[in-house]
Design a protein around this ligand. Structure first.
Ligand code: FES
Length: 125
């Protein structure tokens, strides 16, 4: 079972997840803060992540994912939509984009307010 690690300026978490699991489901399995405003139906770009290791082991990108990803912020050659990307057999390292982290905070206002009170959110640039 591949190990998936998600990192952001706020946290780094990992889990062993079965091959074929979407990266969004993997994020939820390990408590990673990946936004998903449309619920995982390729209708937004808030689950946009950067794959730092293991990109070639992931499922092929569909035209629908590529079209939707074009609407994202700071899209890079190693960008994917986590709800549209399935794990292969290799361990991977994912960096959560600021776009996705911001969406996650919008979806979780209690956590956001707590982090704001601690001075940890918004991220310092
Ligand atoms: S959650 Fe909206 S495209 Fe992935």
């Amino acid at each position: 079972m591949p190990k998936v690690t998600f990192k952001s300026p706020l946290a780094e978490v990992s889990a062993d997840v079965p091959t074929g699991t979407t990266l969004l489901d993997a994020a939820e399995a390990c408590g990673a803060q990946v936004g998903h405003s449309c619920g995982g139906v390729c209708g937004c770009s808030t689950c946009h992540i950067w794959v730092r290791k293991g990109l070639d082991s992931l499922s092929e990108q569909t035209d629908a994912e590529a079209d939707r990803l074009d609407m994202g912020f700071d899209v890079r050659p190693y960008s994917r939509l986590s709800c549209q990307t399935e794990l292969g057999a290799e361990d991977i390292l994912v960096e959560i984009t600021e776009e996705s982290l911001t969406a996650f905070m919008d979806e979780n206002p209690v956590l956001r307010r707590s982090l704001e009170a601690e001075g940890k959110w918004p991220l310092k640039k």
